[in-house]
Design a protein around this ligand. Structure first.
Ligand code: CRA
Length: 837
C-alpha cells in the first residue's frame, strides 16, 4: 500500500514519526498531556496515584516505540528466535525498571519533582504484576530482562490471569487469602492486541480418513472452541534499544452467546458457556512445587501452548521456508513440564494439518524443544489421568500413545527383554486409572534437558532421569545454574550501593558484566570504604524497620542483626526449624543472668512468604511464627535482644526492600530438596551473608565466595537417604535441645498447644522426613557462629564486601548466554536506533 503513496505522503509520515527528544521539557509536556487528556484530570485534583498513571503512560509511549522498532527490524531480518514458554512470569512493578533500563530515570525524577511530586512516592502507587508463585516465575522474569539486555531475539509466552497470586493477610496469626485483582485499574504495561485472536478447540472426537494416496489421516473435530486474545508486554533491555515481548493469552468465548441456546430461550446456558470460556485464564494456580491435578489447569496448559504454537508457526510460515528449516529458525524452551503439551501440539500440526510424515515431523519437534526441570519433589511431578485427558484432548492422547510406542520400541531394541525398564521409562504409568507422566514426555520430546544448579542437575541424572541418561547418553542432560538480574536486584533495589560500586570501579560497566564486581575485593582493607559500605546497609535496614513498623506494628532496632527468611512456606524449606531455633534462643535468653545478657547479640528474626491455600501444615507454621512473635516481642526479660516478625503479603516489591537490608539470610532446606534457590543469590549480591545447607545453588555460592564468608551446616544430599532410613528403622532419639523446645510449646508457652500438635507430630521419631532433628544441633551452632562473627563488625564488613565481589557468576546474563550458546543456538541481533517512533 505504502508504495502507492505519493512522495509527500511518505515524507510526511517519516517527519511525524520521528522520535521525540527526551529532555525535561518534552517529558513534562507528555506527563501533563496524559494528566489532562488520557486521565481527564487537572493539577488541582491530582494525587500520587494519578501522578503514577501519567508517568506510567508517558513511559509506556517511549517503551512502545522501542518495542515497535525492535519487532519491525526483527521481522525484516528474521533471525532464529527463542520462545520461552512459562506459565508464570513474576514481573513485579514495571515503571522504575523500565525507566532505568531505558536510561530515562534521572530525567523523569527531575521532571516530576518540578511538577510537585516525588518519584519514590509515585512508584509506590504501582501494583505488582504477580503472575507467578515464586522462584520459577521470578526466574522467567529475570531471564526476560537478560535476553533483552543481551539483544537476543526472544519472546516469552504465558497466560494473562485476571487474578495473580492471592494477597495474604494475617488474621489472629493465621494466613487468610484475598483475591489479587490486579487489573482493577488499567494496566499501562500491556498492549491489547485485539486483532490477534486464535481459535482453540477442546473435546470432541477424532475422524480417521484415507487421503487420496491411501494414507490414513486423523482429523480432530473439537466439540467446543474458545478464543485466545493476545496481550503484549514490552520488556526493555538495559542500555540497548532492544525491547523484547512477552505475549500473554486471554481466553474469551468464541461468540458471546451460543445462538442456538439463546434463540431457544435458554439464556442462562448461553451465558454459562461464555463464562466457562473466560474461566480458563481467570486465575493462577497458587501451588508452588505441588501438582493439584485439576481439569481447569490442564485446560490452561493446552489453551496456552496451542495458542503460542499457532502463533510461532504462523510467523515461521511467513518466511516461506521448508519445514525442515523450522529448528534453524525456532527454539522453544519449556519452563518445567507445564508446557509439555506443546511437543504434542507441534507433532499434531505437522502430521495432521501440514501432512508431514511422522518421522520427519518428530525430528523437527525434538530439534526444536528443550526442557528445564526445576524440582525433584515427587509431589510436584505432573501427571494427568488418561480418561480426563482423553475427554479434553482425544487426538493428543492418540499422539502421546504413538510417541510412547515408538519410543519404547527403540528402548526394547537397545535393551531387550527388560519389562521393568520399559515400565519405568514409559510415558504412561500403569495405575488405576493410567497416568501420563509429563516429565517423561518432556525428556523424550526434547534435545536437551537441564537442571537449575550443579547439584540439582547431577541429582536428576541419578534419580528421576537415571534410565533416560543410560539410554540417551550423558550429553543430553546438562546444567544451567540459575541467575538473577543485577539491574533489578541491585541497581534498582539498592541504588546507594549501586552508586558506590560504580564510583569505586570507575564505571557502571559491571551492570552488564557482573564479573567486574571482583574489583571490589581489593577494597576490603580500606577502612573508609568499609564505613561507606556499612552505612548503606544501615540505611537499608532503617527503611526495612519502617516497613516492619507499618506492616507488623513492631518497633525493631536497625542496630540489631537482621536475620531474614523470606520464601514460599514449605516443609522442605524448613521455616519450622528456623522458628524452633528462635524458641531455643528465647529460652536461652530467659535463663540468663543480667551479666550474661549483656553479651548477647541482639537479633531481629524476619519471616515472610505465602503458603498454598490448601497446605495445612505450612499454614500452621505461619501461625506458630506469629504466636511466638506475640510472646517474645512483649517479654520485658528479652527486650531488644530478640524480636520476631512475620511480614504479611511477601511479593516482589516487598522483596526489593527486604533483600538490601539483610545481614544474614536463611537458605536451610534439607539437602537435595531445593533445586537451586535464587533469593540466596540476591541477598549475597547485596552484601548479605547467608546461613545454609549444602543444597541447590548454595553449593556454588560457597565455591565462589569461600567458606569464610558463608555459614554452612547440616547433612549432605548423599547422606539423606541413610539418615531417613536410620531414623525410621533404628529409632534415632530426638536432639535434646529440640526436645526442650517442643516441651515448651507443649506446655503452652505460645497459645493453646493443641493448635500445634499436628505440626509437632511431623517431628516424631521415624516421621521427620525433612530431618529437622538430625540437623538441629549443627543449625544452632551455625547460628552461634553468626552471632560471634557479627560482633566483629570490621571483619563482618570485609565478608560482606567479598560476598558482593564474588557474585559475578550469578547474573542471569551468564545463565542466558549459556542457554543461547549451548541449547538454543541463537545469536544477538542489535536493533539500530533509526530515530523513529
Ligand atoms: N519452586 C525450585 O524449587 C528454583 C526455582 C527456579 C523451583 C527453586 O529451587 O530456584 O524453581 N521449582 O529454578 C519449581 O517451581 C516446579 O518446580 C521453585 O520455584
Amino acid at each position: 500500500e505504502k508504495a502507492k503513496w505519493p512522495k509527500e505522503t511518505v515524507d510526511l509520515w517519516a517527519k511525524l514519526s520521528k522520535k521525540e527528544a527526551n529532555d525535561i521539557d518534552t517529558i513534562q509536556r507528555s506527563i501533563v498531556h496524559h494528566v489532562t487528556t488520557t486521565l481527564a484530570r487537572a493539577a488541582y485534583n491530582m494525587d500520587n496515584f494519578t501522578a503514577y498513571q501519567a508517568v506510567a503512560l508517558s513511559t509506556r509511549d517511549r517503551l512502545i516505540s522501542r518495542w515497535n522498532e525492535t519487532q519491525g527490524q526483527l521481522s525484516k531480518a528474521d533471525p532464529k528466535r527463542v520462545y520461552y514458554l512459562s506459565l508464570e512470569f513474576l514481573l513485579g512493578r514495571s515503571m522504575d525498571n523500565a525507566l532505568l533500563n531505558m536510561g530515562l530515570k534521572g530525567t523523569y525524577d527531575k521532571s516530576i519533582e518540578k511538577l510537585g511530586f516525588n518519584m519514590e512516592d509515585v512508584i509506590e502507587s504501582e501494583v505488582d504484576a504477580a503472575l507467578g508463585n515464586g522462584g520459577l516465575g521470578r526466574l522467567a522474569a529475570c531471564y526476560m530482562d537478560s535476553l533483552a539486555t543481551l539483544d537476543y531475539p526472544a519472546w516469552g509466552y504465558g497466560l494473562r490471569y485476571n487474578y495473580g497470586i492471592f494477597q495474604q493477610r494475617i488474621v489472629d496469626g493465621y494466613q487468610t487469602e484475598y483475591p489479587d485483582y490486579w487489573l482493577n485499574f488499567d494496566n499501562p504495561w500491556e498492549l491489547p492486541r485485539l486483532d490477534i485472536s486464535i481459535q482453540i478447540g477442546f473435546g470432541g472426537h477424532v475422524q480417521t480418513i484415507q487421503d487420496e494416496y491411501g494414507v490414513t489421516r486423523h482429523n480432530w473435530v473439537p466439540a467446543q472452541s474458545v478464543q485466545a486474545i493476545a496481550y503484549d508486554v514490552p520488556i526493555p533491555g538495559y542500555d540497548t534499544e532492544n525491547c523484547n515481548n512477552i505475549r500473554l493469552w486471554r481466553s474469551k468465548p468464541t461468540r458471546v452467546f451460543d445462538l442456538t441456546s439463546f434463540n431457544e430461550g435458554n439464556y442462562e446456558k448461553s451465558v454459562e458457556d461464555a463464562t466457562n470460556a473466560e474461566k480458563i485464564t481467570s486465575v493462577l494456580y497458587p501451588n508452588d512445587n505441588t501438582m493439584a491435578g485439576k481439569e481447569l489447569r490442564l485446560k490452561q496448559q493446552y489453551f496456552w501452548t496451542a495458542a503460542s504454537l499457532h502463533d510461532i508457526v504462523r510467523r515461521f510460515k511467513k518466511s516461506m521456508r521448508e519445514w525442515s528449516d523450522f529448528p534453524d529458525q525456532v527454539a522453544i524452551q519449556l519452563n518445567d513440564t507445564h508446557p509439555t503439551l506443546a511437543i504434542v501440539e507441534l507433532q499434531r500440526l505437522l502430521v495432521d494439518e501440514e501432512m508431514l510424515n511422522w518421522d520427519d515431523a518428530w525430528e523437527i519437534v525434538t530439534k526444536t524443544f528443550a526442557f528445564t526441570n526445576h524440582t525433584v519433589l515427587p509431589e510436584a511431578m505432573e501427571k494427568w489421568s488418561v480418561p480426563m485427558f482423553e475427554y479434553l484432548l482425544p487426538r493428543h492422547l492418540q499422539i502421546i500413545f504413538d510417541i510412547n510406542l515408538f519410543f519404547l520400541q527403540k528402548v526394547e531394541k537397545k535393551v531387550p527383554n527388560d519389562r521393568g525398564l520399559l515400565n519405568r521409562m514409559s510415558i504412561i504409568e500403569e495405575a488405576q486409572p493410567q497416568q501420563i507422566r509429563m516429565a517423561h514426555l518432556a525428556v523424550v520430546g526434547s534435545h536437551k534437558v537441564n537442571g537449575v544448579a550443579a547439584l540439582h542437575s547431577s541429582l536428576i541424572k541419578t534419580t528421576i532421569f537415571k534410565d533416560f541418561v543410560d539410554y540417551y547418553g550423558e550429553e543430553k542432560f546438562i546444567n544451567k545454574t540459575n541467575g538473577v538480574t543485577p539491574r533489578r536486584w541491585l541497581h534498582q533495589s539498592n541504588p546507594q550501593l549501586s552508586a558506590l560500586i560504580t564510583e569505586t570501579l570507575g564505571s557502571d560497566k559491571w551492570l552488564k558484566d557482573l564479573s567486574l564486581l571482583k574489583g571490589l575485593a581489593a577494597k576490603t582493607g580500606d577502612a573508609a570504604f568499609r564505613k561507606k559500605w556499612m552505612a548503606i546497609k544501615r540505611a537499608n535496614k532503617v527503611r526495612l524497620a519502617e516497613l516492619i513498623k507499618e506492616r507488623c506494628g513492631v518497633e525493631v532496632s536497625p542496630d540489631a542483626l537482621f536475620d531474614v527468611q523470606v520464601k514460599r512456606i514449605h516443609e522442605y524449606k524448613r521455616q519450622f526449624m528456623n522458628i524452633l531455633s528462635v524458641i531455643h534462643r528465647y529460652r536461652t535468653i530467659k535463663s540468663m543472668t543480667a551479666a550474661q545478657k549483656a553479651s548477647v547479640q541482639p537479633r531481629v528474626v524476619i519471616f515472610g512468604g505465602k503458603a498454598a491455600p490448601g497446605y495445612y501444615i505450612a499454614k500452621l507454621v505461619i501461625k506458630l511464627i506469629n504466636s511466638v512473635a506475640a510472646v517474645v516481642n512483649q517479654d520485658p526479660a528479652v527486650g531488644d535482644l530478640l524480636k520476631v516478625v512475620f511480614i504479611p503479603d511477601y511479593n516482589v516489591s516487598v522483596a526489593e526492600v527486604i533483600v538490601p537490608a539483610s545481614d544474614i539470610s536463611q537458605h536451610i532446606s534439607t539437602a537435595g530438596t531445593e533445586a537451586s534457590g535464587t533469593s540466596n543469590m540476591k541477598f549475597v549480591l547485596n552484601g548479605g551473608l547467608i546461613i545454609g545447607t549444602l543444597d541447590g545453588a548454595n553449593v556454588e555460592i560457597l565455591e565462589e565466595i569461600g567458606e569464610d564468608n558463608i555459614f554452612i551446616f547440616g547433612c549432605m544430599a548423599h547422606e539423606v537417604e541413610d539418615l531417613r532410613h536410620a531414623q525410621r528403622y533404628r529409632g534415632v532419639p530426638m536432639d535434646p535441645a529440640l526436645q526442650g523446645v517442643i516441651s515448651a510449646i507443649e506446655k503452652g508457652t505460645f497459645e493453646d498447644p493443641k493448635i500445634f500438635q499436628p505440626l509437632i507430630s511431623t517431628l516424631t521419631v521415624g516421621k521427620d522426613f525433612y530431618l529437622i532433628s538430625a540437623d538441629f544441633a549443627s543449625y544452632i551452632t551455625a547460628n552461634q557462629q553468626v552471632d560471634a562473627a557479627y560482633k566483629k563488625q570490621d571483619e563482618w564488613s570485609k565478608k560482606s564486601i567479598l560476598c558482593t565481589a564474588h557474585m559475578g557468576k550469578f547474573s542471569s546474563d551468564r545463565s542466558v548466554k549459556e542457554y543461547a550458546e549451548e541449547i538454543w543456538n541463537i545469536k544477538p541481533y542489535s536493533v539500530k536506533d533509526e530515530g523513529y517512533m
